[in-house]
Design a protein around this ligand. Structure first.
Ligand SMILES: NC(=O)C1=CN([C@@H]2O[C@H](COP(=O)(O)OP(=O)(O)OC[C@H]3O[C@@H](n4cnc5c(N)ncnc54)[C@H](O)[C@@H]3O)[C@@H](O)[C@H]2O)[C@@H](O)CC1
Ligand SMILES: [K+]
Length: 246
C-alpha cells in the first residue's frame, strides 16, 4: 500500500489557523459543524441501520468528548447522529469553559434530547456493553494532543483499550493517545475500527492496522489551490458526500 499524503501536526495547526484567519474567515463553529457532520456520516456508512432489528437500532453510539475542538466535533457528531435515527449518548467529563460556544453545543444536545452523562459520572462504563452499544466515538484528543496523557483521560483510554475488541471505536482525526506524527507511542493503545481524518490525514494514520481500520477522510471544506499550497491533492469526494473512504 502506498503511503498516504499526510500533513504533520504543525502543518495541520497552520492550516487551521489560516482557514480561520482574516483572509479566509471561516469561523471555528462552521468548520466544527462540517467536521462533526462528516464523522456522523462515517458512522452511518460503517454501521448502517437499514435492515437492522429493533434491538440493533436501539443500541447507543457512545460519544466521548475531550476538552478541546476534537471534543467539539464529537458533540456536533452526536447531534447529527440523533437526526440520522441513531441513539447517541454523550460523556463529556471535562467541559471547556474557554468559549460560550461549547455550552451552546451542550444546549443543542439537550434540545435534541441526547443524554449527556454528568461530568463526574462514575458508572460511565455501564453504558459500554457489546449488547447495548453500537460503537464508541473517540473525540477525546486530536492534533493538539501532547503526551503524556493526564487524568481523567488516561484512565478512560485504558478502559477503552480493554473494550475495543468487543465494541468498535471510531476515532475522530487522531486515535486518542497516539502521537500525531509518530503513531502509537505507548501501550495499551487504541486501535480504532474506523478513523475519520479531518481535512487531510495526519502522519499517525500511516500506523493504522491494514485490514482492521477503515479509513475515511472528512471535513470537506477546502478548494484545490489551498490543498496544493500545503502539498496535497484534494480528495475525490463523490456527489454531496462529506466523507471519502481511503
Ligand atoms: N481544520 C480542521 O481539520 C478542523 C479540526 N477540528 C478539530 O480540532 C482538533 C484540534 O483541536 P484543538 O487544537 O482544540 O486540540 P485537541 O482537541 O486535540 O486537544 C486540545 C485539548 O487537549 C488538552 N490536552 C492536550 N494534551 C493533553 C494531555 N497530554 N493530557 C490531557 N489533556 C491534554 C489541551 O489542554 C486542550 O484542552 C482536530 O484534531 C479536529 O478534530 C475541527 O473542530 C475544526 C476544523
Ligand atoms: K480522537
Amino acid at each position: 500500500m502506498s503511503a498516504l499524503k499526510v500533513v504533520s501536526s504543525k502543518l495541520a495547526a497552520e492550516i487551521d489557523k489560516e482557514l480561520m484567519g482574516p483572509q479566509i474567515g471561516f469561523t471555528l463553529q462552521q468548520l466544527m459543524e462540517l467536521a462533526g457532520f462528516s464523522v456522523a456520516q462515517a458512522v452511518c456508512r460503517q454501521f448502517p441501520l437499514s435492515g437492522k432489528t429493533e434491538t440493533e437500532r436501539g443500541k447507543h453510539v457512545f460519544v466521548i468528548a475531550g476538552p478541546g475542538n476534537n471534543g467539539g466535533d464529537g458533540l456536533v457528531c452526536a447531534r447529527h447522529l440523533k437526526l440520522f435515527g441513531y441513539n447517541p449518548i454523550v460523556y463529556y467529563p471535562k467541559r471547556s469553559e474557554r468559549t460560550e460556544f461549547y455550552k451552546q453545543l451542550v444546549h443543542q444536545l439537550n434540545f435534541f434530547k441526547v443524554p449527556i452523562l454528568s461530568q463526574d459520572e462514575e458508572n460511565w462504563l455501564e453504558y459500554l456493553k457489546p449488547e447495548k452499544t453500537l460503537c464508541i466515538v473517540d473525540a477525546i484528543f486530536g492534533f493538539s494532543f501532547k503526551p503524556p496523557m493526564r487524568e481523567p483521560f488516561k484512565s478512560i483510554v485504558e478502559e477503552l483499550c480493554k473494550l475495543q475488541d468487543r465494541i468498535p471505536i471510531v476515532s475522530v482525526d487522531v486515535p486518542t493517545g497516539w502521537d500525531v506524527d509518530k503513531g502509537p507511542i505507548s501501550q495499551p493503545s487504541i486501535n480504532p475500527a474506523v478513523l475519520v481524518s479531518l481535512t487531510v490525514p495526519k502522519p499517525c494514520s500511516n500506523h493504522i492496522r491494514e485490514n482492521f481500520t477503515t479509513h475515511y477522510v472528512g471535513g470537506r471544506f477546502i478548494p484545490r489551490d489551498f490543498a496544493n499550497k500545503y502539498g496535497f491533492e484534494p480528495f475525490g469526494y463523490e456527489s454531496t458526500d462529506q466523507i471519502l473512504k481511503l
